[in-house]
Design a protein around this ligand. Structure first.
Ligand SMILES: [Zn+2]
Length: 118
């Protein structure tokens, strides 16, 4: 079994946190991106998924208390968000050095327990 440390996983949340927040139309949200389960506006909001993720993985949420599996699961959701926001141009370039691609590769390596030692 690959040896993945929680600290490594938690560090990887920094990028998608910023990224997802940037991609969201926060100004249109009447709740300042605090998901409210009982609010119909939230339930039908087109940004619902991103919003839920943000609320799950906010810096205020104690990431240390989550299990490795939980963190991995949430990271994979973030990978989907970032991945789907990239144009095919990025994906076809194996060594693209933009922040998105660098982060995606890092997540992959970390999840595989193959983070290169520098
Ligand atoms: Zn790229």
């Amino acid at each position: 079994m690959a040896n993945i440390s929680k600290t490594d996983l938690i560090q990887l949340f920094e990028f998608p946190r910023k990224r997802i927040l940037q991609s969201m139309e926060v100004t249109h949200c009447p709740h300042a991106v605090f998901y409210n389960h009982s609010d119909e506006q939230c339930i039908t909001c087109h940004q619902g998924e991103e919003c839920l993720w943000m609320n799950h993985n906010d810096e205020l949420v104690s990431m240390e208390d989550k299990s490795i599996d939980d963190l991995k699961q949430q990271l994979l959701v973030a990978v989907d968000f970032v991945d789907s926001s990239l144009t095919p141009h990025h994906l076809s370039r194996r060594n693209c050095q933009c922040d998105n691609c660098v982060w995606l590769r890092k997540v992959q390596q970390t999840l595989q327990g193959e983070l290169p030692k520098e």
